[in-house]
Design a protein around this ligand. Sequence first.
Ligand code: GTP
Length: 413
Amino acid sequence: MHRYRHQRRCLRARIGGATHHQDLTMQLNVETLSFINGGQALVLALMLWYGTHDGSPHALNGLRLRAAALLLEAVAAFLLAGSQWVPPHVLLLVGNTCNLAGQALTVVALRMLLKRPLRWRTALLLGVAGWLGVTWLSTAHPNYLLRVMFGSIIIACNTGLNIQALWGGCRKRETRAQCLLLWTYFLSIALLIWRNGSLLILSTPPQGISTPSPVNVIYVLMLGIQPLLASVGFLLLYNEILQRELYELARIDPLTGVINRLGLLEASQVLLEQARAKQESIGVLLIDADHFKSINDRFGHDDGDRVLLELVANIRCMLRGGDMVGRVGGEEFLVLSPSVKAPDLLALAERIRSAIERTSFHIAGQAYALTVSIGAAIAEAHEPDMMAARRRADVALYDAKRAGRNCVMIAAQ
Ligand SMILES: Nc1nc2c(ncn2[C@@H]2O[C@H](COP(=O)(O)OP(=O)(O)OP(=O)(O)O)[C@@H](O)[C@H]2O)c(=O)[nH]1
């Protein structure tokens, strides 16, 4: 019992002591940690490459580039792990080439995912400058401390490029993934400052990354955590991009690029809430192309599609800033115009009708005149939704068609 208490006292003393901290880090060696880091980077690269196959090209290519960067980082880490067997100049030159190329690829990959300017020339320039500087400081003018400082400046510049790309999105609180990545890169900068500061302060700093020293061990340990965090950030970002694309796909009409029924339904709810707050009404226009079937029959469906595109462009030109247009059917479009009363709505409808009447639609090299019929209605702020106003506009449109087409009819309230 007495021996047991004595052992516990000794253990507590060792844990509390500064020497224990050193012992612990010395037990972990740089080679073993690098081997683990290399394996982890390899697994992450395979996961990013094979685990993702949907989405737009910019999202997929961005992830593939990041996977390639991880592969390069894995090569560098495995070289360091085998430093006993690898000649020092191979370790330095090949290892640094892989690390610098990996960083440059990551800069481009992140910007590709975020749809920001790629800055690939800057990344390439930093990579070349970094490689030349590190090579010079290890062969012509060997100086480990200067080499670490120079390498850190290059890493900080690449990290700065990543932070700059992420900053806007994170400030607007657009995405959690961007915030996670931003914090990962801040951590990376903090690690660089700590490493350089420690090397400057130490009376006998290590003379190489493989030298057994607590600074090296902690640095390599933290170096392994960063790709993990960054890869989780990249995957979350990819997921957010996919979700956004699916959201838009469900609400945007693929032919004309305007919102579809679902988009209109959601937009109309928002507009109605705003209208209630201001006690204003919303104008509803139902626009239908006249005799559109004859265009398809004469020129074919593809030319008919082109006419629909031109028709939408013409309607859009006539709208004010807050107005919205969506496609509700084949050649039928709905315009929502907030804060208008019946006379203004009629004037808007008439402007759209006459603009389309005056437009020459170009089909198969020929100019073709197209007209539209428009049904107008006013949705009052007290109405529970836009459905009743939409029905009134539908009846008015039917009246316009019956009145001979190419005219505007407004529904009675
Ligand atoms: N090219 C093309 N045509 C479409 C599309 N959607 C619907 N249409 C066509 O639009 C035409 C609508 O025909 P109808 O409903 O008879 O209407 P209309 O010929 O315009 O006659 P009125 O509305 O009575 O003036 C049909 O020929 C549909 O095939 C589309 O996305 N592209």
